[in-house]
Design a protein around this ligand. Structure first.
Ligand code: HEM
Length: 337
């Protein structure tokens, strides 16, 4: 009896000790990873606080839902989902807010501040800015009619930012599809993620400057993009002149711009994707074209994949354990004076 007990103990030790050792060597415990219950003990109100502030904001201005979804995307594609996008310029930081994709375009920073103040009041120094972005993106999606998913949590906030990363790693609206796919691959995301996540353009707005080239001079021959529906192009030219009006706003999906649905994909099928990067999903690759068709045909298939791909995106290189910090103010490092 005693021997068999000792035997089991020995087997247990053999199994467990390499895991403990691995933890010791890498300085992080071996079990670290993101999980939805991360704040259940340390800040049980966290999810409710985020949801209620996002809900009030979206009720005031439906576009805020789109802006918050995009904020999480632009965070995750630069050094991982670490809230680097939220840091302001300072003596040690060149803010990503000044990069080409973000300047005069990215929105929602004040709302994140508002959420952070409420969370600091409820649970001081506990909920990271990176997790706020992930939760706000999910809540925004649900609030405007999109799918729900459980958000893995436990990200920590970066100690730096990368304006170069922001300029180079976030896809641009005139990139070819193969460049876009490469930029997603760099983040560990595949072609299915490219198409499903592009479906985020079923809500929100774009400035004229982001698609003007398609209206006047797509390939340098002074002609409009041939893949763009002719009457839609004529309509767009009215508000987006050849010069000037850079910041004039247009819905990315003109039929139901404030509702999360699959009309983005239906519009692409009729040549009415707004950005070149939207339309190329149909015209430059047979595999992505098949996915556009599938999501246009069945909203549930799109919703299911969008939810999964948002989790995939939210898992890009998080800081965990003792890496980074939990910022008290999302715009500054805790060491900032
Ligand atoms: C596939 C490559 C992508 C490209 C080239 C792209 C490009 C753009 C551009 C140019 C705008 C308009 C910005 C402006 O003119 O101010 C925009 C807006 C937006 N993007 Fe993307 N995007 C991409 C992927 C994504 C992904 C993965 C998401 C989220 C899942 C997303 C969500 C949004 C949303 C919601 C808006 C509207 C934001 C607002 O109204 O404030 N995009 N995107």
């Amino acid at each position: 009896m005693a021997t068999s007990f000792m035997g089991s103990l020995l087997v247990m030790l053999c199994l467990v000790s390499p895991l403990l050792l691995a933890g010791a060597v890498h300085s992080e415990p071996w079990w670290y990873g993101l999980f939805p219950q991360f704040y259940d003990r340390s800040c049980p109100q966290a999810k409710d606080i985020v949801r209620s502030i996002v809900a009030q904001a979206v009720a005031r201005e439906p576009r805020m839902a789109a802006s918050l979804v995009r904020l999480h995307f632009h965070d995750c594609f630069v050094k991982g989902c670490d809230a680097s996008v939220l840091l302001d310029n300072s003596s040690s930081i060149v803010s990503e807010k000044g990069s080409n994709p973000n300047r005069n375009s990215l929105r929602g920073f004040e709302l994140v501040d508002e959420i952070k103040v409420a969370l600091e009041e409820a649970c001081h120094g506990t909920v990271s800015c990176a997790d706020i972005l992930a939760l706000a993106a999910r809540d925004s999606t649900v609030l405007v009619g999109g799918p729900y998913w459980q958000v893995p949590l436990g990200r920590r906030d970066s100690l730096d930012a990368s304006i170069q990363g922001s300029n180079n790693d976030i896809p641009a609206p005139n990139d070819t599809l193969s460049t876009i796919i490469t930029k997603f691959k760099l983040q560990g995301l595949n072609l299915v993620d490219v198409v499903a996540l592009s479906g985020g353009h079923t809500i929100g707005m774009s400035r004229c400057t982001s698609f003007r080239q398609r209206l006047y001079n797509q390939t340098g021959n002074g002609m409009a993009d041939v893949t763009l529906d002719v009457s839609y192009a004529a309509q767009l030219r009215q508000g987006c002149p050849q010069s000037g009006g850079d910041d004039n706003l247009f819905p990315l999906e003109f039929v139901s711009p404030a509702k999360f649905d699959n009309l983005y994909f239906k519009n692409i099928l009729s040549g009415k994707g707004l950005l070149s990067s939207d339309q190329v999903l149909l015209t430059q690759n047979a595999e992505t074209a098949a996915l556009v068709n599938a999501y246009a045909a069945d909203v549930d298939v799109f919703f299911q994949q969008f939810a999964q791909s948002m989790v995939n995106m939210g898992n890009i290189s998080p800081l965990t354990g003792s890496q980074g910090e939990v910022r008290k103010n999302c715009r500054r490092l805790n060491s900032y004076h």
